[in-house]
Write a protein that binds this ligand. Structure first.
Ligand code: PLP
Length: 445
């Protein structure tokens, strides 16, 4: 993978250098071209490539997202004229609802292009609070307990940063979304990754949780992703209650409840962790508009948290980005006030058909198994440990090379021997992908 990557990066740099020279040639008289080109490129080199500049050691401890890395590689391969089938990114293939697009256009036309309050516009915060009350029975004060950010990702990071720093620890059940441990590292804290099983619904068991909390008094947070990326699992309410019961004995532990996929559930209810008895006052609920409303590029998410935590998150956001984009926020209001439940349900129904198709195809493949059929989100995490001696990264690399099919190695989600497949793409693309995957695996036996 590194070789391909390097080759593409080098190619891109060469192209950039050529275009720089080309544009200079257009604006400068020919006799000045040579000297100016050399001066500008050497100035660039000393600024960018200076080996004397030491980097923040935290950066060295943080990994680049594997999903993003593979996705960039796919984009580069496509730019090189190769046709790649990609099931690696968690992005719905449908457009946002028309009301959302119209609201974004109206915001542009109305010149709604200014900074907003750090925590977001009042109409958006009010719409979020009303939505949480209507669907989850949770009561948040829109003035002090809702913070709108540039995507759920930023909201997760700010929530982690609000509760922990050097010397602190955060519990992350595996399989996990790869950004969690890296965000904890960015905060200077330590991750305690806890293995889970399909039988326990991929949730840390109460017994295990108690042992860890007793052993590590420096634990400041627990991250719960429900429904889960990458397993697609939806936590059962009674299991969440059992976790909450343990947490009652450890009042210093906050919960980052990442519920960004909560509207994408099949035959299942997603229970908000903040609704568990005694948990409201220490839960930071993360949600956003990327998945249910397909607004990935609009970068809009939020965190709902009790006032003290919300204030800390607001302070962080005020110094990092000021506020989310005003146009996206106007679109977010439309998403929550104009898009009907039926409209969203229609997308969920289509997603469920895709899930069923993928599960059916995987079932036909020898040596591939799915421990717990996913009931939410749009991922499936099949076990493929019988191939490539369990080296899932090698499997993904060979698959990309030979079949031009991109999926993500499970080891980057703390689940070695598996691969993560995102089925949030067109049925046609899924059919091609499953054919390629089946062909590839049968060539290995
Ligand atoms: N949380 C989880 C579990 C995700 O899978 C993702 C995106 O893939 C995010 C948060 C980030 O979403 P957003 O696009 O709102 O930043």
């Amino acid at each position: 993978m590194t070789t391909i990557n390097l080759r593409h990066v080098l190619g891109a740099l060469a192209a950039a250098s050529l275009s720089l020279r080309g544009s200079l040639a257009l604006v400068l008289p020919s006799n000045s071209l040579r000297s100016v080109t050399i001066e500008s490129s050497s100035a660039l080199h000393s600024a960018v490539g200076d080996p004397e500049i030491s980097l923040n050691p935290i950066v060295a401890s943080v990994k680049v997202s594997k999903t993003v890395e593979i996705f960039s590689l796919v984009k580069q391969m496509e730019a090189d004229g190769e046709s790649v089938t990609s099931l690696c990114v968690g992005e719905p293939d449908f457009l946002p609802p028309q009301a959302v697009l119209d609201a974004a256009m109206a915001a542009i036309n109305d010149g709604d292009t200014r900074y907003t309050a750090v925590t977001g516009t009042a109409p958006l915060r009010e719409a979020i609070a009303a939505d949480l009350k209507r669907r989850k029975g949770l009561e948040y004060n829109p003035q002090t307990e809702i913070i709108v950010g540039n995507g759920a990702k930023q909201c997760v990071y700010q929530s982690i940063l609000a509760i922990c720093g050097p010397g602190d620890a955060v519990i992350i059940p595996a399989p996990y979304w790869p950004s969690y441990p890296e965000m904890v590292a960015l905060a200077g804290a330590e991750s305690i990754v806890v293995e889970t099983t399909a039988e326990s619904g991929y949730l840390v068991t109460p017994e295990k949780l108690r042992i860890i909390l007793e052993k590590h008094p420096n634990v400041k947070g627990l991250i719960l992703c429900n429904p889960s990326n990458p397993t697609g699992g939806v936590y059962r309410k009674d299991d969440l209650e059992a976790v909450a019961d343990v947490l009652k004995d450890f009042p210093n532990v906050a919960i980052v409840a990442d519920e960004i996929y909560e509207r994408l559930v099949y035959d299942e209810e997603c229970t908000a962790f903040a609704s568990m008895k005694g948990m409201f006052s220490r839960t930071m609920t993360i949600n956003g508009f990327s998945k249910a409303y397909a607004m990935t590029g609009m970068r809009l998410g939020y965190v709902a948290a009790p006032q003290r935590l919300a204030k800390a998150i607001t302070t962080i956001q005020s110094q990092l980005t000021s506020c989310a984009g005003s146009i996206s926020q106007a679109a977010g209001v439309a998403a929550l006030t104009l898009v009907t439940d039926d409209e969203l349900e229609a997308n969920v129904k289509i997603m469920k058909e895709k899930r069923d198709y993928v599960l059916g195809e995987l079932e036909k493949m020898p040596g591939v198994s799915v421990a717990m059929p996913p009931n939410g989100a749009f991922y499936v995490l099949p076990d493929v440990s019988g191939y490539f001696g369990g080296d899932d990264a090698e499997l993904c690399l060979q698959l990309l090379k030979s079949q031009k099919l991109a999926i993500v190695p499970g080891s980057s989600f703390g689940a070695p021997g598996t691969v993560r497949i995102s089925y949030a793409t067109s049925m046609q693309e899924l059919q091609t992908a499953m054919q390629k995957f089946g062909d590839f695996l049968s060539e290995q036996t």
